[in-house]
Design a binder for this molecule. Structure first.
Ligand SMILES: Nc1ncnc2c1ncn2[C@@H]1O[C@H](COP(=O)(O)OP(=O)(O)OP(=O)(O)O)[C@@H](O)[C@H]1O
Ligand SMILES: [Mg+2]
Length: 282
């Protein structure tokens, strides 16, 4: 399953004097089982792109094809699930059971099937079903709300999952947990993952491919090493290199002969260890 954007643009309040063009002429194809990160400064258009990719909004120019078909107004593609940037944008039901069951119910799951679907989705996000099912989603902590939002998408079992800043505001443990979950969905269940993030270390660690937005345009698209090699373009778009890459860069400026390739902590460690003569074994 593929999503294909051709010269896609999106304006909020199009045809009004208040029109804001949030995305401009985006060409982007995402293939089955890719793990793609989308990065960009605040306001660069990431969340708008997430909604276009999910077929929740339609382009004001150009085209979006999901699995070869045009999304229709009001139509939702079952095969693409979007976990919103702010769980509050997504949560609405009185109980967590209803919340998680909603999408699956809409797609025709029977009452009997729903019990099993909700239980396994909640278990997948580490929320004890018996303990949480009857509670209100609004009584939860931020991290738990996000887990419920993820569970409600898992319950639909879409082939493509888009996660809009899923680790924002989480501590190291919460962050690690989401990364592990996403890797499982990608590697073991073969899902396509589209991951929006502000965190350069995170995307350097997990993505196979990075798409960079700047002021509504796609300015870079490639594997993480290619993208983080384009320092100047990133800097002028208000983005930094991942910290390990910054460290290696500073050491290079002091004349230490490291290659500029390292972008993850592990790669930086190996470079520095090799220079120290320990061959990675310090
Ligand atoms: N509902 C809206 N009405 C009008 N303009 C909007 C609306 N939502 C977003 N915009 C504008 O569209 C542009 C892109 O916004 P978007 O939310 O897609 O950016 P983003 O990259 O997700 O930002 P952030 O990193 O802060 O989440 C911004 O200029 C924003 O102000
Ligand atoms: Mg956003």
């Amino acid at each position: 399953m593929q999503i294909e954007l051709t010269k896609a643009s999106y304006s909020y309040q199009a045809d009004s004097p208040f029109a804001v063009e949030a995305l401009h002429d985006i060409d982007l194809t995402i293939d089955a089982n890719e793990l793609v990160a989308i990065i960009g400064h605040s306001g660069s258009g990431k969340s708008t792109l997430a909604q276009l990719l999910a077929g929740l909004i339609l382009p004001t120019a150009g085209s979006v094809l999901i699995d070869g078909a045009k999304p229709s107004k009001g139509g939702v593609f079952r095969q693409v699930g979007l976990v919103f940037q702010y769980p509050e944008q997504q949560l609405f039901a009185e109980t967590i059971f209803e919340e998680v069951a909603f999408g699956a119910k809409n797609y025709g799951a029977s009452e009997q099937e729903l019990a099993g679907i909700v239980e396994s989705a909640l278990t997948e996000v580490d929320l004890q079903p018996q303990q949480f099912m009857e509670r209100s989603p609004f009584s939860l902590s931020g991290g738990q709300k996000r887990r419920v939002a993820i569970a409600s998408i898992l319950a639909i079992n879409p082939q493509i999952m888009i996660l809009d800043e899923p680790t924002a505001g989480l501590d190291q443990r919460g962050r690690r947990w989401i990364i592990d979950l996403v890797k499982r969905l990608w590697q073991q269940q073969g899902k396509t993952i589209i991951w929006i993030s502000h965190n350069m270390e995170e995307v350097a660690d997990i993505a196979q491919r990075i798409v960079v937005l700047s002021a509504g345009k796609k300015i870079l698209d490639g594997d993480p090493h290619q993208v983080f090699a384009a320092e100047q373009q990133l800097f002028t778009s208000g983005l930094d290199l991942p910290q390990p890459a910054q460290l290696v860069r500073r050491l290079r400026q002091r004349g230490i002969p490291l290659s500029a390739q390292a972008i993850t902590a592990q790669e930086a460690y190996q470079e520095i260890a090799a220079w120290l003569g320990g061959g990675g074994d310090v």
